[in-house]
Design a protein around this ligand. Structure first.
Ligand code: NAD
Length: 347
């Protein structure tokens, strides 16, 4: 039934809901449940068509299976999308209807925030279902943990390429200084890194530059600046044949999802001698935090687990070195080893 969508990958469940009183139009897709219930955020976007929303939710839910497996947490991959204008005023009725939709799956899907949804929205959804994650007050905003994971993977990459994890004196370019990139910049500045940043929002860029001493770059120039490390923390699809040809950095590690435009770009990075940390390893800190928020959260437990991401990246980089395959391809194989049925509960 969903075979016409290239992103359909034998998903475990795809279900839609139209709720006329509230105006909810939503899709939940569960890609794989072998490791446990499917977890992934709920996105609100004004999709141009239902097919566009379906394509997005199928792709994103599949990505969550890989991310949750590589993060070593007991969850499968799922995602929800609400077709609506993300800039609209908060609509409690719509969010409650979404909560009812999540609840109707009886725990097969656990939702959280994503683009277009805030923690406040997740709390409102959570008034109708317990199957939400990320609302534990003492944990704060999980974006901080995402930034922390990027930071540790960056140190691992520096050790592999430059022989030391110390980022002091490294020139690091950050694309996008929002929730993740902004926090990363603060951490790197404390380490003594020399930063260069760009953001579409000039005020956000100026603010972070003021706090960290970062140099400002034009948005269009950032990927090609002279730097040791590039950290994409804005949007996906930015590593293309063209942008890779212009990269001067030897390392790419960032929080943005789906950084490679195509899987061929993985091979291009390898051929260019650039070490790429697969995005879903670098940015899995947030989902690890959500896992602990649903079990036994403590800052120490989360930090210990986030450090494992850097170990996983080291393993991926080593396998890449010995096999001559790109790091993204290796990460996919490693994740698949972890979510195949036989691998359940062993990784
Ligand atoms: P955000 O919206 O807070 O920040 C993104 C920033 O990037 C914004 O300030 C925006 O103005 C800027 N931006 C957009 N396009 C840009 C461009 N072309 N050049 C420079 N700047 C640009 O988002 P976030 O929560 O920081 O997430 C950043 C990325 O990380 C996204 O791809 C997101 O999906 C991914 N991610 C985030 C988390 C998390 O915990 N927040 C977890 C996993 C993955």
């Amino acid at each position: 039934m969903y075979d016409q969508f290239a992103d359909f990958d034998g998903h475990a469940l795809v279900t839609t809901r139209q709720d006329h009183p509230s105006g909810l139009s939503a899709i939940i897709a569960l890609h794989n449940e072998h490791r446990g219930p499917a977890m992934g955020g709920c996105r609100i976007l004004k999709y141009p068509s239902t097919d566009a929303a379906m394509k997005d939710v199928l792709r994103l839910s599949r990505g969550m299976t890989y991310k949750n497996a590589i993060a070593g947490i007991p969850y499968g991959g799922g995602k929800a999308v609400i077709i609506a204008d993300p800039t609209m005023k908060k609509n409690v009725g719509l969010l409650h209807a979404m909560g009812d939709f999540v609840e109707s799956l009886g725990g097969r899907y656990i939702t959280s925030f994503d683009s277009g949804t805030s923690l406040d929205y997740v709390r409102t959804i959570g008034e109708r279902t317990n199957f939400v994650a990320g609302t534990l007050v003492e944990a704060g905003d999980a974006s901080g943990t995402t930034a922390n994971g990027v930071y540790h993977c960056m140190r691992a990459a520096a050790e592999i390429v430059f022989g030391s994890p110390d980022l002091c004196g490294m020139r690091i370019a950050i694309q996008g200084v929002g929730n993740v990139g902004g926090r990363l910049a603060e951490r790197l500045a404390r380490d003594g890194a020399s930063l260069i940043i760009a953001d579409l929002d000039p005020e956000a860029a100026r603010q972070v530059a003021g706090q960290t001493g970062a140099e400002l770059s034009a948005v269009d120039d950032l990927l090609g600046v002279e730097a040791d490390i590039i950290s994409p923390c804005a949007l996906g699809g930015i590593l293309t044949a063209q942008s890779i040809a212009g990269l001067k950095a030897r390392i790419v590690v960032g929080g943005a999802n789906n950084q490679l435009a195509t899987i061929e770009d993985d091979t291009r990075l390898l051929a260019a001698g650039i070490l790429y940390c697969p995005d879903y390893i670098a940015n899995a800190g947030g989902i690890i935090d959500l896992h602990y928020q649903r079990s036994a959260w403590s800052a120490e437990a989360v930090e210990r687990h986030v450090l494992v991401l850097a170990d996983t990246f080291r393993e991926v980089a080593e396998r890449s070195r010995t096999t001559g395959r790109g790091t993204a391809a290796i990460a996919n194989v490693l994740a698949e080893e972890r979510f195949r049925p036989a691998a359940r509960r062993t990784a």
